[in-house]
Design a protein around this ligand. Structure first.
Ligand SMILES: [Fe+2]
Ligand SMILES: [Fe+2]
Length: 499
């Protein structure tokens, strides 16, 4: 009520009377004072009484924001964010018992079975029935074992809730043999073929659940999403200066005209985990830390977030270096670890994986811990060529298909199945910048802010610190800004520019 009185007072001071209908209108408005203040500029001077039609909202103007960014293009647009999957670990029921693993596999099979059926594999039969069926058929099963025999056949064991069957891709099917090369244990596929002797299924075709082929989805709004991860604050190798340059760019204090214009478009920042280096994550880690207290590490992270202009919404997920359960799916970082962070008006904490909808675009964010298990298993991916692993998980419609060395909580419901088709798929963990478009999904592995560590040097891994992918959603274009060594006086380079 007080707001209405202030608005009416403002109008009276300007020499207007206010009709009862206009007062009713003001009551419905979120910011009546702003409407009253706006009346001057577009209301004829001869007018004595203000009616509802005089109370028009001001067209949103470019506004000054935190930092020296004069005009933020993105500020014109309302925040449009919907969290579809926030913190699935809250629904955790797992005790890590055998029964949980069985249920987890059943759930995985059920969910991917549904995807495969939707994609046209709707005539599949259960394994139990397949054993008595003659002629060609399709079967959907989880690969429990796969190997190449000494004669070059590919032998597999497939399982569904009704049973287990042995299957074989004959060595004369060269193309198919090549396709099966990329299949890994525990993924669910559809196979076509017939039942041969001794209940050995002879495969003549294989179908992965995969993504449907679509056009890249874009937005009407000319905004940008910055994707980053793997800050490793607290590590001796955290590139503090470079990261500060990034924040300065976000604030409009760095970069050339075009880069500043891009900073003005930024509406969202997604951070896919490893915010800090953590404590006790690997043996003798303390020797490589500048901050040995986890709270101090997170405090520094929060201080950076506070410097980011408020109109940029920040979505933050965990990684395996964060102080939460390291098994997938990971919970969000609890508020008690980073005091006051969640209270910031522009911060949303999520788990890993998480799905958020930004202006209609579905963004799947996952740290990428499973990539260490997948990369050694497939030829199309390596730590140098990270795109292949993102594509593999999309094809398998599963974020963590292999039960390998990296921990996974066997939830009764498998939350790691990629049920929703993402428009943007943002991952981290491997400290290697890479991006690709796959079947209408923009895949981004965001890199790191940690320089090469002695361990990485030893294993020959070449990280790409300081490279920042920025997605312009109106066009689907990815800009890679460079805050790495050799930065020019403006502090930002673009991909392809000489150091
Ligand atoms: Fe990392
Ligand atoms: Fe990581």
């Amino acid at each position: 009520m007080e707001k209405i009185q202030t608005a009416v007072k403002t109008l009276r001071e300007k020499g207007y009377l206010v009709s009862p209908e206009a007062i009713d209108q003001l009551k419905k408005e979120e910011n009546p004072k702003e409407l009253a203040e706006n009346v001057d500029k577009k209301t004829p001077e001869s007018k004595a009484v203000i009616e509802p039609e005089d109370l028009k909202k001001k067209k949103k103007e470019k506004v000054k924001v935190k930092g020296s960014l004069k005009e933020a293009e993105s500020k014109q647009y309302e925040t449009d964010i919907e969290i579809l999957k926030k913190d699935i670990s809250r629904e955790s029921t797992s005790k890590g018992e055998v029964e949980d693993f069985v249920e987890n596999f059943k759930s995985r099979h059920r969910k991917i079975h549904k995807i495969l059926r939707r994609r046209g594999e709707n005539s599949a039969v259960d394994i139990e029935r397949a054993k008595d069926k003659e002629g060609d058929m399709k079967v959907i099963g989880l690969i429990t074992e796969k190997k190449t025999t000494k004669n070059g056949h590919v032998f597999m064991k497939l399982e569904d809730p009704t049973g287990l069957m042995k299957a074989l891709v004959p060595n004369n099917q060269k193309e198919l043999i090549e396709e099966t090369d990329e299949l890994v244990n525990d993924e669910v596929i559809a196979v076509e073929g017939h039942m041969g002797n001794n209940n050995l299924f002879i495969i003549n075709n294989v179908h992965c659940p995969d993504l449907p082929v679509r056009e890249l989805k874009t937005t009407e709004e000319d905004i940008a999403i910055v994707t980053t991860s793997d800050l490793h604050i607290g590590s001796k190798y955290f590139l503090e200066k470079n990261f500060e340059s990034f924040i300065e760019w976000l604030r409009g204090e760095r970069g050339n005209e075009r880069q500043k214009e891009l900073a003005g478009k930024v509406k969202y920042l997604t951070i896919a985990g490893d915010l800090v280096d953590g404590v006790g994550v690997y043996p003798d880690q303390e020797k490589e830390l500048t901050l040995t207290d986890i709270y101090q590490q997170y405090k520094q992270f929060k201080e950076y977030m506070e410097q980011i202009p408020d109109h940029i919404q920040i979505i933050i997920g965990p990684g395996n270096h964060d102080a939460v359960n390291k098994a997938d799916p990971q919970p969000k970082i609890p508020p008690e670890l980073i005091e006051g962070l969640e209270e910031l008006p522009n911060v949303t904490m999520v788990g890993s994986p998480a799905v958020v909808k930004l202006h209609g675009l579905k963004l799947l964010m996952y740290h990428g811990t499973s990539f260490d298990d997948i990369i050694p298993q497939i030829k199309s991916a390596s730590y140098e060529n990270i795109k292949g692993v993102l594509k593999k998980t999309l094809k398998a419609r599963h974020l963590h298909p292999i039960h390998g060395e990296k921990p996974m909580t066997p939830e009764r419901e498998d939350h790691l199945v990629i049920e929703e088709v993402p428009d943007i798929y943002h991952t981290g963990h491997v400290h290697k910048n890479g991006y690709d478009k796959y079947r209408g999904t923009l895949c981004v592995n965001s890199g790191t802010w940690q320089e090469k560590t002695p361990y990485q040097r030893k294993i020959g891994h070449k990280p790409t610190p300081g490279k920042l992918p920025v997605v312009e959603t109106k066009t689907g274009k990815i800009n890679v800004l460079r805050f790495d060594q050799g930065i020019n006086k403006e502090g930002v380079r673009e991909k392809g520019e000489a150091a």
